[in-house]
Design a protein. Structure first.
Length: 265
């Protein structure tokens, strides 16, 4: 029997290990994050018409720390109960961190003003390399990588970093900030922007590693913005090292985050 309760919309914040998933977007023949959430929600709320939309797509094998989606469904459960019940039913590699009531017109993707990603490169062999980092065996010139990373900041046409199916729309992207940090065992790249093209971050990471290997120069990378090239697609980095970090919906919070990054650089 169909649920007759009024429809409500909720903002969901979650973390997930994307290793065993074929990305965010629902697919009929593959296990995905969105598909798992829809399956659990439809059963919990007895609502085959439940709608869950994310702030963007993550690729197969990519992880998330604070991913935001909205859910529209029929329920009388309060947010705290939804959080508990859905976490009981979801697989262990998807965890809801928060459930909040939101405006009926709130849209996780359309209203998102900024997104932050992290990419992790391991400098040594690690037991976690298959899931959470990309292990690069070569010694990398991180100073050259950091210099090149700044070339991406600002509004640029990232057509050289785009997939063919995305060429029908604009490939211009605003990168608000980018930062490379190095520890004894890890190189972390943080990139913050308005939105990102499919596989764009992984291609940026792959190109930076080629610069670190001295296979590409900063000048050669800068040329990708002047003349379309298929070189970035040849060096698409492993999805295992990529984490969706945060989505931003409030201008003040976004500006504070960018200010914090600028102070670290």
């Amino acid at each position: 029997m169909k649920n007759s309760l009024p429809r409500k919309r909720f903002k969901l914040t979650m973390e997930y290990d994307g290793t065993r998933f074929s990305g965010w977007q629902k697919q009929n023949d593959a296990r995905t994050i969105q598909g798992s959430l829809l399956e659990v929600g439809a059963a919990l709320f007895n609502d085959p018409e439940i709608d869950i939309q994310g702030n963007g797509r993550t690729d197969a094998g990519v992880h998330a720390l604070q991913y935001v989606a909205h859910m529209e469904t029929t329920t009388s459960l309060p947010p705290a109960a939804i959080l508990t019940e859905m976490n009981e039913l979801l697989p262990t590699n998807i965890v809801l961190l928060g459930v909040e009531p939101c405006h009926p017109q709130f849209h996780a993707r359309h209203h998102c003003i900024g997104r932050s990603y992290l990419y992790q490169i391991a400098k040594r062999k690690t037991a976690f390399q298959r899931r959470y980092v990309w292990w690069v065996r070569d010694q990398l010139d991180t100073l050259a990588m950091a210099e090149t990373l700044q070339l991406f900041v600002g509004m640029h046409d990232f057509v050289s970093f785009a997939e063919k199916q995305e060429l029908k729309k604009s490939t211009k992207v605003m990168i608000n900030a980018a930062l490379l940090k190095e520890t004894e065992d890890l190189i972390t790249i943080r990139i913050v922007g308005s939105h990102f093209l499919w596989k764009m971050i992984r291609r940026l990471a792959g190109i930076l590693v080629e610069v670190g290997r001295h296979h590409l120069t900063p000048a050669e990378v800068g040329a990708f913005f002047e003349q379309p090239s298929d070189i970035p697609s040849r060096f698409t980095a492993s999805p295992s090292g990529l984490f969706f970090e945060r989505a931003f919906y409030v201008e003040a919070e976004f500006e504070a985050f960018l200010s914090k990054i600028s102070q670290q650089s």
